[in-house]
Design a protein around this ligand. Structure first.
Ligand code: FES
Ligand code: FES
Length: 193
């Protein structure tokens, strides 16, 4: 029931609609885990520092512990439960599996969602803090180990499986087909080689 401190909201998650009452202070992470039983998204620090809770909002990566559930209404939310295509794993999931990009696995859902968003950001030509040529006409920089490490630096792994994580992200990025892509910020269509 709606009140001055709560509202009934409808969240669209992995293509499904979920309607639920929430206290306005409820984070998206707590709504997913505690209210909707979508426990694939993990809680690490609960303060935006570790990346364990990373999900995709309209295709962009976002830490769910810093996002209020009420503010996620109207967004397309993708969690780790929604990245596979039926029985077919997402290429990033498959690469993590093939290259042992995890140990305990606690950070892995966040790493995978972050990598999915990161690969799209890179393909759209977004620079990172270590990109040397940031002119738009330069296009996406080579996705070197340094670039991947920087772009994935918001996702911590307590098991320190970083070497294999970087290899898995690189393999998944290489397997991404060249096609018309939409810039995630501007919405402009572009062709990325
Ligand atoms: S639990 Fe959200 S960033 Fe750590
Ligand atoms: S695999 Fe254990 S925290 Fe990353």
């Amino acid at each position: 029931m709606a009140s001055s401190t709560s509202s009934v909201i409808t969240l669209r998650i992995n293509g499904e609609k979920y309607t639920l009452p929430v206290d306005h202070r409820t984070t998206l992470l707590d709504a997913l885990r505690e209210r909707l039983d979508l426990t694939g998204t993990k809680k690490g620090c609960d303060q935006g520092q570790c990346g364990a809770c990373t999900v995709l909002l309209d295709g962009r990566r976002s830490v769910a512990c810093l996002q209020l559930a009420v503010a996620a209404e109207g967004r397309e939310i993708t969690t780790i439960e929604g990245v596979a295509d039926g029985d077919r794993l997402h290429p990033v999931q498959q690469a993590f599996l093939d290259l042992d990009g995890f140990q305990c696995g606690y950070c892995t859902p966040g790493q995978i969602c972050s990598a999915i968003g990161m690969i799209e950001e890179h393909a759209a030509g977004w620079p990172s803090a270590v990109t040397e040529d940031v002119h738009p006409e330069a296009g996406p920089p080579p996705l070197t180990t340094r670039e991947i490490r920087e772009r994935m630096s918001g996702n911590l792994c307590r098991c320190a499986a970083y070497v294999a994580i970087v290899d898995a992200v690189a393999r998944a990025a290489e397997a991404r087909p060249d096609e018309e892509r939409v810039h995630p910020a501007t919405g402009a269509e572009e062709v990325v080689a």
